[in-house]
Design a protein around this ligand. Structure first.
Ligand SMILES: Nc1nc2c(c(=O)[nH]1)N=C([C@H](O)[C@H](O)COP(=O)(O)OP(=O)(O)OP(=O)(O)O)CN2
Length: 145
């Protein structure tokens, strides 16, 4: 069994730009504004999303890699940017038809998309910055600094 001290965390930063709107269809315009504020404006608004993927695993004894960071970036391009970059998250993808494109929901979707590309023995955590001051991470662990 691998010792915890054998493991290394590797990180890849990325970014994409997207528009969204936070408004529940069953709520009135006033109710949506009262809860979501300007995020509920009908004509959408944009964010420069910053993303950090954290992958934890045991480095390959020959290559020294947990995962090739070029490959991790390729997964970001194929799974995230192709779907979300320069897109309207409410209109251009079916991933947010049943749920609002909040930072919480976006980070969970991105986790599922990247998780599906990784070997099972690798652990993944995703941090998503919606603004420099508003950010989320998934899944929640207590040791991510
Ligand atoms: N729990 C959540 N709260 C908020 C979300 C969210 O996704 N989950 N999203 C927003 C806004 O869409 C977005 O983050 C912008 O908010 P804003 O207040 O404008 O943030 P800024 O950091 O740019 O602005 P300040 O000047 O620092 O207030 C809001 N809440």
């Amino acid at each position: 069994m691998a010792n915890q001290l054998d493991k290394v965390a590797v990180f890849r930063k990325g970014h994409f730009n997207a528009a969204h709107r936070l408004a529940l269809p069953q709520w009135s315009e006033e109710e949506n504004f009262a809860y979501f504020g300007p995020c509920s404006y009908a004509n959408f608004h944009g964010h420069n999303y910053e993303i950090i993927l954290k992958v934890v695993g045991t480095p390959d004894p020959l290559t020294g890699y947990v995962i090739d960071l070029k490959i991790l970036n390729q997964y970001l391009e194929e799974e995230v940017y192709s779907r979300f970059d320069h897109k309207n998250l409410n209109l251009d993808t079916d991933l947010f038809q049943q749920q609002l494109p909040t930072a919480e929901n976006i980070v969970k979707v991105i986790y599922q998309l990247i998780r599906a590309r990784l070997k099972p023995e690798l652990a993944l955590q995703v941090r998503l910055y919606e603004t420099p001051r508003n950010f989320v991470e998934y899944p929640v662990t207590l040791d991510f600094q």
